[in-house]
Each structure stands twice: as C-alpha cells, then as structure tokens.
Design a binder for this molecule. Structure first.
Ligand code: PRP
Ligand code: MN
Ligand code: MG
Length: 181
C-alpha cells in the first residue's frame, strides 16, 4: 500500500461509488435546470473535488464561482457565526445558484450561506452535497441534491481533510488510530 493508504482504517465509499453518484446527481440537475442558466458556487476548500467532477458530468454549459467562509467563535468547529474570507466575483442577482459542497455535518455554515446568498436576490438558491452526516437532518434549509450518507464518524478524502491533509484521496475513509497518536 502507498504511504497515504497505510493511514486508512476503513473505506466508506470508493472512487467508483462516488463518481457514479455524482453522475446521477448531475443528470437530475440537468433536467431540473433545463432552459435556465446555472451558476455553481463551490465552497472552498473542501468542495474543489466535487465541483471538478460534478461540473464535468454535465453535457450543458455551467458557470463556476467560489466562496471561502469560516465559522469562528468558541473554538468549536461550526459556531454558526460565519465570516466571508473570499466572496463571489459574480453578481448573482436573478441568477440560478446551486451551492456545491463536499459534506454537510451540522449544517450551520450552509444555513448561514444560503441566507446570505438569498439576500442578494438570486432567481433561486439550492444546495448539492456529495456527502451528508446524520446531524444535517436538523438543518433549517432543505438540501435538494444529496449524494451519499455517512455515519457520524470522522472521515477524510475526496476534499475532506484532517489538518489539511488527505483531501487528494479518491475515496472517502476513516483514519487508522496511529495517525492521531
Ligand atoms: C467542512 C466541510 C463543509 C463544512 C461542513 O469545511 O467542507 O464545508 O465543514 O460542516 P458544517 O455542516 O458543520 O458546517 P471546513 O470548515 O473544514 O473547511 P474546508 O472546506 O476548507 O476543509
Ligand atoms: Mn468546507
Ligand atoms: Mg476542513
């Protein structure tokens, strides 16, 4: 096994499973947005892989733009208090916006982001996420396009990081205990 593969305990989803699910989501999105322009908004940095693969699964034109947001406050991961680190370069007034995320955990960041984007008077705002954890069910905002459901475990790969590493894995996996020690 390669260096990075030695760090993995259990693979939750393989590259093939992820790609198949993204093609299925892309098909639904293509149908739903037929005849409409579409702006995909990726949330840096985790959504880079999903955006690249989802966008290339379309046979139609799409535009892509990016936002970087960070939640801060008590030091916990998502406080719901969010700061924009990089805003869109695109004016989304009257545009159909689809937010592209790698994973929804608590959903706090995305709840804030949807209301922020709504205030800019787009034609529509929907969410597409490759993965979702159980807590996301408590989210106030409905998620229109959900890929694969994950258990409430810490996972890495396909954009998901542990201390900025493992994002470049093609699968999604849990880490072996030796990684944390
Ligand atoms: C991760 C992930 C989602 C968010 C989900 O991003 O990529 O964007 O957390 O968590 P939530 O549903 O509880 O808000 P992170 O803040 O780690 O930044 P990153 O994308 O740069 O890794
Ligand atoms: Mn993220
Ligand atoms: Mg992260």
């Amino acid at each position: 096994a390669s260096d990075i593969e030695k760090d993995l305990a259990q693979i939750h989803f393989t590259e093939d499973q992820i790609q198949e699910k993204l093609r299925e989501l892309a098909g639904r999105i293509e149908q739903d947005y037929e005849g409409k322009d579409l702006l995909l908004v990726g949330v840096l940095r985790g959504a880079v892989m999903v955006m690249a693969d989802l966008a290339r699964s379309f046979s139609r034109h799409v535009e892509m733009d990016w936002m970087a947001v960070s939640s801060y406050g008590s030091g916990t991961k998502s406080s719901g208090v969010v700061r924009i680190q990089k805003d869109l370069d695109t004016d989304i007034t009257n545009r159909h916006v689809l937010i592209v995320e790698d994973i929804i955990d608590t959903g706090l960041t995305l709840t804030w982001l949807v209301s922020n984007l709504q205030s800019r008077k787009p034609a529509s705002v929907e969410i597409c996420t490759a993965f979702r954890k159980p807590d996301a069910a408590k989210m106030a905002v409905p998620v229109k396009y959900v890929g694969l459901e994950l258990p409430d475990e810490f996972v890495v790969g396909y954009g998901l990081d542990y201390a900025e590493k493992y994002r470049n894995l093609r699968c999604v996996a849990t880490l072996a205990p030796h990684v944390y020690s």
